[in-house]
Unconditional design. Structure first.
Lengths: 382, 420
């Protein structure tokens, strides 16, 4: 797959409480922006992939959700769902479709309307008795507590992840949360699920992002934008019930480790070759675990990178230059595609105040389940 | 509570030695549905078990015990569990409310390892209005406590006890311990004197520490008596309500090495509640909206062994104990080589969180990942936890609780509470 697929256009809505836009509106906003960015006619699109986790009253089930929103009829469209890896998995499927030779031009849209169903957080699905009482923050908190107990890390270190990401998000006009915060504010915030306080958790958000992918050779003919090449797109699946797995150490996620290893092999690179990464910081602890699981540093030492400022925008390995899920929230199906959007903008050198210095390779990562499925996409300049 | 008491009774023994289970209560969760069957299943008694629910009166625990003793004596049962449990609630804010308590007590009846041998019984029954609750009343109603103590308790209990002792030719002066579930200590002392016993023989009630427990009270007092009785001691147990029922026992030699766990120990594990509102919510007096999905009866039935009897699977190829039950081993991938494995109900916390977001009545709600003794890892809600009691490495015990009431039913499942 390496270097066979190019991204020629991307679009992204403002992420936030978007009550004034419907689910279909968000798809249109993101897709129209991607059409314009690529300079293509939607008639050229031969197939589509829609990433949405939770169908709602406005749509989200089946291919028809994308077809009806954009009037893209008569083409094969697949709705993808894979917990929080939905977005990167939609991109991966589009890449496979193109690399197989079946299609030349494919549209990927990630869209999610979490706010319309009301309530706090995401509804808990699953068995009526087993694991009842679990919440998204609660499930990641299990790992955070074990990690903090094992490596002697405190809440102040986790807080620094939130501070950094808010700093980046304050410079991103598409982010949901755009205010800079301090460690003290993070520590004083109400506790959601110990050890996570309100500012350790990403907000509940609506949003959509889109990308136009094509066969690499067709890129110059199709679009005036410089193509960004897909170096790797991988997915790894582990148990969806890690809390029932007596061998699980709760210090990180095998799925991220395996998806990353497969991605580096596919791209023919080492983890150290990645210049910046958009990683899945659903909670502050998760970002720390992610940079270890992605192979940037040893297990148990990610927290030191945070303390030393190495993951800051102008550090030696910028993590989440966009502001991350912490600033953008996590409209689940959209996040992976939004990360790809950010990687493309950075690699084109168009990130303005948030520009990472001379990037050549960027990485987008999702993990969900929690820990059950992870997707990694590696992008680079031609 | 009935499940907790019965599990404690069975301990590491084999539940299959019981072929009968009697459950007694005046506050059963169901008016129509057999609670004894729920208790028997959760305690993993064999399917072939004779069950009965007893209710209606505070003496029902003694009645349940009498009939189990008769069955074993007649040879129609090899061994029986008699368990009484009550959650007693009066009108919130009433004088009666703080006098009432909750508890459960389980007694094993059989022919081997007998610690107290039944000698005789006596019973008086007559209509009398003292405490009651009709089928559409939520709270226990009280007529007149002093009137009941003077005109019913003072007559009925001595008459029933007297008849019991007379039938087996035992003089009141020979009675070592008098376990009387009484409306108040004065009434108990008065009844003792009327029977012809010294008030010193009275087994102290738990009124001050736990309130009046209801159907379990006579059984708890019997247990208390057995904590200190000497072999050969005559022990009289009596319950009161619309009359009185008495049983006369003699402590055996075996008692010396088979003492019950002291009631004081059970009381020591108390947890102060932060507020009266917490109390009212836990009693479902203040409305709760605990999130849950209806448990379809098809799923409840199919998963009975896994969810209620708490069986996991053990892989015969690699030995890994796992939960939920599986057909492909989580560890080695072996297919269709797993067998049923009964999980232990004690374990150590591997990790946890305290969740303020979960839709439950009280926050924070502990969620724990527990490595059970002997294998198997469970993830479930914690309960009855004081501050700081749940942490990595803490010891916990599993207890059967009402998880939620989705679908308008009581949906029971296991929770973890601190072992101390």
């Amino acid at each position: 797959m390496k270097d066979q697929v190019a991204i020629v256009g991307v679009g992204c809505t403002k992420f936030g409480e978007r009550y004034e836009r419907s689910y279909e509106d968000l798809i249109c906003d993101a897709a129209f922006a991607a059409y314009a960015d690529a300079g293509i006619d939607p008639a050229d699109i031969q197939a589509g992939y829609l990433g949405t986790y939770l169908p709602g009253p406005g749509g989200g089930k089946s291919a028809t959700s994308l077809a009806d929103a954009l009037r893209l009829y008569g083409r094969p469209i697949t709705r993808v769902e894979n917990y929080c890896a939905t977005g990167t998995d939609a991109v991966r499927n589009a890449c496979l479709a193109i690399a197989s030779g079946a299609y030349n031009v494919v549209l990927v849209v990630g869209a999610e309307k979490l706010k319309d169903r009301g309530g706090r957080g995401i509804p808990r699905l699953g068995h009526p008795l087993l694991a009842r009482g679990n919440t998204a923050p609660g499930l990641f908190a299990l790992a955070a507590n074990r990690y903090m107990h094992t490596f002697g890390v405190g809440r102040e270190t986790l807080a620094k992840v939130a501070v950094k990401n808010h700093w980046n998000g304050a410079r991103n006009d598409k982010a949901h949360l755009r205010s800079e915060i301090t460690v003290d504010q993070v520590l004083a915030a109400p506790l959601i699920a110990h050890p996570f306080g309100l500012f350790d958790c990403c907000p509940t958000t609506d949003g959509a992002a889109a990308a136009i992918l094509c066969r690499r050779e067709l890129a110059p003919r199709l679009s005036r934008r410089p193509p960004i090449l897909v170096k790797a797109a991988t997915l790894a699946v582990e148990t969806g019930k890690p809390y029932f797995d007596p061998t699980f150490d709760y210090l990180g996620f095998r799925s991220t480790q395996k998806a990353a290893q497969a991605a580096y092999a596919m791209a023919g690179i080492q983890p150290g070759d990645i210049d910046f990464a958009e990683v899945h910081d659903c909670f502050t602890w998760t970002e720390i675990s992610n940079i270890e699981d992605l192979g940037f540093c040893e297990k148990g030492s990610g927290w030191r990178w945070v303390e030393e400022g190495r993951t800051a925008l102008h550090g030696d390995r910028p993590i989440n230059p966009s502001g991350g899920l912490k600033s953008f929230g996590h409209p689940i199906g959209a996040s992976g595609v939004r990360m790809v959007y950010e990687c493309v903008v950075q690699l084109r050198g168009e990130a303005g105040e948030r520009q990472v210095r001379s990037p050549r390779l960027g990485l987008a990562h999702n993990v969900g389940g929690p820990g059950a499925v992870a997707g990694v996409v590696v992008l680079g300049n031609a | 509570m009935a499940v907790d008491a019965t599990l404690a009774l069975i301990g590491s023994g084999d539940p299959a030695r019981f072929d009968m289970l009697h459950f007694a209560s005046t506050s059963a969760p169901y008016l129509e549905k057999q609670v004894a069957a729920v208790v028997a299943t959760a305690c993993d008694l064999p399917r072939q078990v004779a069950v009965a629910d007893f209710g209606g009166s505070l003496r029902a625990g003694v009645s349940a015990l009498r009939l189990a003793l008769d069955a074993v004596s007649a040879g129609t049962s090899r061994g029986a569990v008699v368990v009484a449990a009550d959650v007693r609630q009066a009108e919130p804010g009433s004088d009666l409310e703080p006098q009432l308590g909750d508890g459960a007590c389980a007694v094993a009846v059989g022919r081997e390892g007998v610690v107290a041998e039944l000698l005789g019984r006596g019973s008086v029954a007559e209509e009398f209005t003292w405490l009651w609750r009709t089928d559409d009343q939520r709270y226990v109603q009280l007529a007149d406590a002093r009137f009941a103590a003077t005109y019913a308790f003072a007559r009925d209990v001595p008459e029933a006890v007297g008849a019991a002792l007379q039938r087996v030719d035992i003089a009141p002066s020979q009675v070592a311990k008098l376990a009387l579930a009484a409306p108040d200590p004065r009434a108990a002392a008065d009844a003792a004197r009327r029977i012809g016993c010294s008030p010193h023989t009275l087994v102290p009630a738990l009124a001050a520490e736990a309130g009046m427990l209801g159907t379990p009270e006579p059984l708890v007092l019997l247990s208390r008596a057995l904590e200190t009785a000497a072999p050969g001691d005559i022990i009289v147990v009596a319950g009161f309500g619309e009359g009185a029922e008495a049983l006369v026992f003699r402590a055996t030699v075996a008692l010396a090495t088979a003492r019950p766990v002291p009631a004081a120990e059970r009381l020591a594990g108390g947890l102060p509640l932060a507020s009266y509102a917490h109390w009212l919510r836990s009693r479902r007096i203040l409305p709760l909206d605990v999130a849950g999905e209806t448990v379809p009866p098809y799923i409840a039935w199919k998963e009975l062994k896994q969810d209620l009897r708490l069986y996991g699977s053990r892989c015969t190829a690699c030995g890994l104990v796992q939960y939920p039950q599986a057909r492909v081993c989580q560890g080695c991938g072996a297919r269709e080589q797993l067998v049923d494995h009964k999980l232990a109900k004690t374990g150590t916390v591997f990790t946890f969180t305290l969740d303020n977001l979960a839709q439950v009545p009280e926050h924070p709600m502990p969620m724990v990942v527990v490595d059970l003794d002997g294998g198997g890892r469970l993830y479930l809600q914690g309960t009855d936890c004081g501050e700081g009691e749940i942490d990595v490495g803490a010891r916990v015990v599993l207890t059967l609780r009402r998880l939620h009431e989705a679908g308008g039913n009581r949906n029971y499942f296991w929770k973890a509470r601190p072992a101390s």
